[in-house]
Design a protein around this ligand. Structure first.
Ligand code: HEM
Length: 445
């Protein structure tokens, strides 16, 4: 029997998750979270106001990990040292990523009672980022071949062309928002290319995966419900693409076709397939976008380094790594301890929540000299852990690096100098670390 593709949702101009949350807060200011512990770095105001540096510095000076007994997300270990994070990520059996234990962010999984009372269908979307071995290994293998160096070489031409066209269309002598005009547009275009996603609907990808919403909700449930709604809609759209691609006689080389025609697909449940698609979109979106904004912000704040970049374009690959270190687009990942264990002299108990603060590790004085300074010649810039470490290290890292390198190369080719020339608005969240707005103006060098 032939399968009929479900109808695709149409591209709308509804508010993003962020806008909806902003409205929610305006109506319920009493619902903002209360943080009492001086080292509770789950508070999102320190990221919105860019005041997190001294807090993490003080914590690193006192040791690589600390128990925070009270927070709106429950008690947790804050791991702030570079070596300690690598140590923990190298022990994935002891420090689980599994959704069963609570997943990969500081937010907790909802209890069965909360799920039952939420009043809507909330079947899980399993994703391999929130799985342990052996399931993780098999599912990661279905997508990893797309991100090999040869896979990247195939995509580079198109990415370069789109980047160039966009840069050529930017206004001169006028202030505009780099986030919306460039970072979002290029990232969304890259994802559309990766998935063979209908070009005219590409902004849906941004709309669905705007997870950078405020994490200051008193009831974590509202945030979770909202995300769940977006995920369902995204799932329905991709289901329609999936059904279409199943009928293709010749499998294409986009990621959906690749996954569909992979061997491991036979063992994957439809919801796992969908969950992994969602993971790739969400994983590649805010992260790449905020690195692109980070490039502009960091070069503007460090005119000596901007000059160096302009004089020595051969430094671009290292500059990409250094900017990733400085920006660190995901502030943390979370693990749950599966057995009592000791880490750097601290006793961690089975069931403890362990939060790995990449943002702090990438400023660790033990690894990076003068860590708060952008230095595009830094010899060990590559040691940053903005992409994580170990078996879950970002599968899309090469694609992200390619995008950022091409952006810098194309800016250089056009002798474009981008100045911060207006408002800077940062994301108010403890997970996604980046910019909501970055007003700029272009001149030449
Ligand atoms: C995993 C960061 C771009 C897809 C991760 C992790 C981090 C990260 C921190 C978790 C690593 C860990 O737990 O050790 C970033 C940053 C990016 C970026 C900073 C851009 C600058 C992308 C792109 C894609 C992607 C472009 C795909 C289109 C994924 C996936 C995982 C992942 C699928 C799960 C890997 C696994 O569990 O094995 N990323 N990412 N990411 N990322 Fe990225």
């Amino acid at each position: 029997m032939a399968t009929i593709a479900p109808e695709r949702p149409v591209c709308r101009s509804e508010p993003s998750a962020h806008e909806a949350l902003k409205k929610h807060f305006a109506e319920h200011p009493e619902q903002r979270l209360v943080h009492t512990h001086k080292w509770d770095v789950s508070r999102s105001d320190i990221y919105a106001d860019n005041t997190w540096h001294p807090i993490f510095r003080e914590m690193r000076e006192a040791g690589p990990l600390h128990y925070i007994p009270e927070s709106p997300f429950g008690p947790y270990w804050a791991v702030v040292g570079h070596k300690a994070i690598q140590h923990i990520e190298a022990l994935p059996e002891t420090f689980s990523s599994s959704w069963e234990y609570g997943g990969i962010t500081i937010l907790n999984r909802l209890s069965e009672e909360e799920i039952a009372s939420s009043g809507f269908d909330r079947r899980e979307l399993p994703m391999f980022i929130a799985m342990d071995r052996p399931q993780h290994t098999g599912q990661r293998r279905t997508v990893a071949p797309k991100f090999t160096p040869s896979g990247m070489a195939v995509m580079e031409g198109e990415i370069r062309q789109r980047t160039g066209e966009l840069l050529d269309s930017l206004p001169r002598g006028k202030v505009f928002d780099w986030v919306d005009t460039v970072s979002i547009e290029l990232t969304t275009g890259m994802l559309a290319l990766l998935f063979g996603f209908p070009w005219e609907d590409r902004r849906l990808l941004t709309f669905w995966s705007d997870w950078s919403g405020d994490t200051e909700l008193a009831t974590v449930r509202e945030l979770d419900e909202m995300r769940w709604g977006f995920l369902h809609e995204m799932g329905a759209y991709f289901q329609s693409l999936w059904v279409e691609r199943t009928h293709d006689k010749e499998p294409g080389d986009d990621l959906i076709s690749m996954m569909l025609h992979s061997e491991a697909m036979n063992q994957m449940r439809p919801e796992e397939f969908m969950g992994n698609l969602v993971l790739l979109i969400v994983g590649g979106n805010d992260t790449t976008r905020n690195s692109m904004s980070g490039i502009i912000y960091q070069l503007d704040k460090n005119p000596d380094q901007r000059k160096l970049f302009e004089q020595k374009p051969e430094l671009i690959p290292n500059a990409v790594q250094e900017i990733l270190r400085m920006q660190t687009p995901l502030a943390h990942m979370r693990r749950t301890c599966t057995e009592d264990t000791e880490v750097f002299g601290q006793q961690i108990k089975q069931g403890d929540k362990v939060v790995l603060w990449y943002l702090s590790a990438n400023r660790d004085e033990e690894v990076f000299e003068n860590p708060d300074k952008l230095d595009i010649t830094r010899e060990n810039a590559r040691r940053h852990i903005a992409f994580g470490y170990g078996i879950h290290r970002c599968v899309g890292a090469r694609l992200a690096e390619l995008q950022l390198r091409v952006l810098l190369e194309e800016l250089h080719k056009r002798r474009m100098r981008v100045h911060v020339a207006g408002d800077i608005e940062r994301v108010r969240a403890n997970f996604v670390h980046g910019f909501r707005k970055l007003e700029v103006e272009i001149t030449e060098f």
